[in-house]
Design a protein around this ligand. Structure first.
Ligand code: SF4
Length: 256
């Protein structure tokens, strides 16, 4: 049976899904710990630019690109005024420098047009829904990026869903039948226990990288094996060790 095959969706009462979500969040905290929140979270505009740089590359390279951009251009105004080639040179290690440089410039211009400065701190006074509306109104900012800004920069209790979190939520049967991260995001809003957005999101990302990978998930010894509804799960490849925090890849969001 193909690994890509998920069990057919069936209607499951919301209360059952809520309890299951809480159980899985607890199990992940048991195995991976409660992820620490940043003492000094990044500013919303820093998060936006870091998210652009994180696309189609790994965390290490995107962090190097981000650090070099900030080193060469200490203010966002300098980035906006720079020649495209200079910005491309600074972010080259993150790949797709031409496209990313253009997107960064567009984002900075859109922010300046809307708020009169290169600063998104006016968002701090607004509701989650309003912030998502304003951010997704900027060219090229999607709902996932907006939710990441809410969670990691503004400390709001939301649950961003990217392709990896979407994969895990469908495999685990939390969002049965959902065919896109956007639909999973909408479904999970009502399921994630209050106060657990940061822990659950971060642990799912780490779990997805270390254990429940897109192809060849390490099902043997998986701590969520009993919860999993993935038809392609297998116990044949044993996982002897669920990695601790120290074993994980460098995470972009830990380093912005
Ligand atoms: S049993 Fe396999 S597919 Fe299911 S959550 Fe664990 S690693 Fe992923």
């Amino acid at each position: 049976m193909s690994l890509a095959t998920e069990l057919k969706p069936r209607r499951i009462p919301a209360g059952v899904l809520r309890k299951k979500t809480a159980r899985i969040a607890r199990l992940l905290e048991l195995h991976l710990g409660i992820p620490e929140k940043r003492t000094h979270p990044p500013e919303p505009l820093e998060m936006l630019v870091a998210t652009i740089l994180s696309q189609n590359t790994n965390d290490k390279n995107s962090h190097r690109a981000y650090a070099e951009l900030r080193r060469r251009f200490p203010s966002w105004g300098l980035v906006a005024a720079a020649k495209p080639a200079a910005v491309q040179s600074a972010i080259r290690t993150g790949g797709m420098a031409i496209q990313k440089s253009a997107r960064i410039r567009e984002t900075l211009e859109a922010v300046h047009r809307r708020y009169g400065k290169y600063d998104l701190s006016p968002l701090r006074r607004k509701s989650n829904d309003r912030i998502i509306e304003e951010l997704t109104g900027l060219n090229g900012v999607g709902a996932k990026t907006a939710a990441c800004v809410l969670l990691f920069s503004l400390g709001r209790d939301v649950f961003p869903v990217d392709t990896h979190v979407h994969r895990l939520c469908t495999r685990l049967g939390l969002a049965p039948g959902s065919r896109s991260p956007e639909k999973t995001y909408a479904a999970m809003k009502a399921l994630v226990p209050p106060g657990k957005g940061h822990s659950f999101h971060t642990n799912l990302i780490r779990f997805g990288r270390a254990v429940c990978r897109s192809s060849n998930p390490r099902c043997g010894g998986c701590p969520l094996y009993a919860q999993c509804r993935f038809e392609g799960k297998t116990a044949s490849k044993g996982l002897r060790h669920v990695p601790s925090r120290a074993d994980h890849d460098f995470m972009l969001l830990d380093n912005v």
